[in-house]
Write a protein that binds this ligand. Structure first.
Ligand code: PLP
Length: 392
């Protein structure tokens, strides 16, 4: 049997050996509670602070500005709800975001709307890009926060974050970015990019699942607590810390950023080969920006094909891919991201997301290039509509 090919790195990634080895002692002999004052407790505390310093270093932040969370979703919830509730007494009841955010942002915004906040969902262009002047036009004296994702999880488009950051700083409005897909894959500097809050998640860059972080720029208005309870995370997020997970997060970020340019060019070259070859097939389009996209992301729509069938046939050949984000696959609704970039429903349904990482190899890419055209052809041959659409 051929080896499994994992091409769904935007859904999650494999924990690296280096990260695993660094985590293991914290799941075995070093089991102390970091809040305890004796030796094995203090060791845990020191490990947390080392990881905090690693994350801070990776973002150009200070360790005191990093708060650990249970996932990227929690960091997103905390950023939006925290700022909204802190600024509401000042009459700031408006949030600006985009139509293509992850549900961790969109559903949080919907929850805030129920609490009386108003939310502007900015449209994107055909490539999934948000326009900086649209952000500027949407600002009102009541705007509390602008939240724009760093890079989209489905189509890979990288947003103009430094420009939006500069605009928000000039206008005195706080700026959050959901950088869950970007951290560990693109260089990020929260100072240079004028980012006030940033969410990240370890499992997207070879760290463990179930641990994330929120960067909160020091000095910004923020309520004292998100989770009430003990005094962990300087009283802002109670709960005994996931020491092994946090240690894994810190190490994963350090590892991901080592030799980043070299890894980026290797992954980008594999992605570009996928795009160049697969877009030669008839009636296919590339979703997302042609160049301003995540190094590993290749998202294509094939007319006359159902994404779910495509995934099943690829799975039968041991190729793991996705047709939308992992959270929405399983639902038959077309992806809100593909609809936002203007795809008709039937084209959005035939989409395939292949996301490569630095653990993929050029040989795997060649195998994908063998499999996808065969699978697409087979599905089109069985399709009742393909005959009528192929010559259009
Ligand atoms: N934001 C984006 C852009 C994501 O891609 C994801 C996960 O797919 C999340 C947030 C949620 O992160 P987590 O799985 O850690 O909750």
């Amino acid at each position: 049997m051929s080896k499994m090919i994992y091409a769904d790195n935007a859904a999650t990634t494999q924990v690296s050996q280096r990260v695993l080895q660094k985590m293991l002692p914290w799941l075995s002999q070093h089991y102390g509670n970091p809040s305890s004052i004796y030796g094995i407790g203090r060791e845990g505390r020191a490990a947390l602070e080392e990881a905090r310093a690693q994350v801070a270093q990776g973002l150009g932040a200070e360790p005191s500005e990093i708060f650990f969370t249970a996932c990227g979703t929690e960091a997103d919830n905390w950023a939006l709800k925290g700022i909204a509730r802190a600024l509401r007494p000042k009459g700031k009841t408006h949030i600006i975001t985009t139509a293509i955010e992850h549900h961790a942002i969109l559903h949080t915004c919907a929850a805030l709307e129920k609490e009386g906040f108003s939310v502007t969902y900015l449209p994107v262009d055909q490539y999934g890009l948000v326009s900086v002047s649209d952000v500027e036009r949407a600002l009102t004296p009541a705007t509390a926060l602008v939240s724009v994702m760093f890079a989209n999880n489905e189509i890979g488009t990288v947003e103009p974050i430094p420009e939006i950051g500069a605009l928000c700083r000039r206008k005195g409005v706080l700026f959050h970015t959901d950088a869950v897909q970007a951290v560990g894959h693109l260089p990020i500097d929260v100072q240079a990019m004028n980012i006030d809050l940033l969410s990240l998640s370890a499992h997207k860059f070879h760290g463990p699942k179930g641990v994330g972080a929120l960067y909160i720029r020091k000095g910004i208005p923020f309520p004292a607590t998100f989770l009430d309870g003990g005094g962990q995370e300087r009283g802002r997020r109670a709960g005994t810390e996931n020491v092994a997970g946090i240690v894994g997060l810190g190490e994963a970020l350090t590892e991901a950023l080592e030799d980043l340019p070299e890894k980026t060019s290797r992954v980008t070259a594999m992605r570009d080969r996928l795009i160049a070859e697969l877009t030669k097939l008839p009636k296919v389009r590339l979703n997302g920006h042609p160049t301003q996209r995540l190094p590993g992301n290749c998202n294509l729509s094939f007319e006359g094909v159902e994404g779910e069938s495509l995934l099943l046939l690829l799975d039968s050949r041991d190729i793991c891919a996705s047709s939308g984000s992992a959270c929405t696959s399983g639902s038959l609704d077309p992806s809100h991201v593909l609809l936002a970039i203007g795809l008709p429903h039937e084209v959005a349904h035939g989409s395939l997301r292949l996301t490569l990482g630095d653990m993929n190899t050029p040989d795997e890419v060649e195998e994908i290039l063998q499999a996808v055209p065969q699978v697409v052809e087979r599905l089109r041959a069985m399709s009742p509509v393909w005959d009528t659409m192929k010559d259009r």
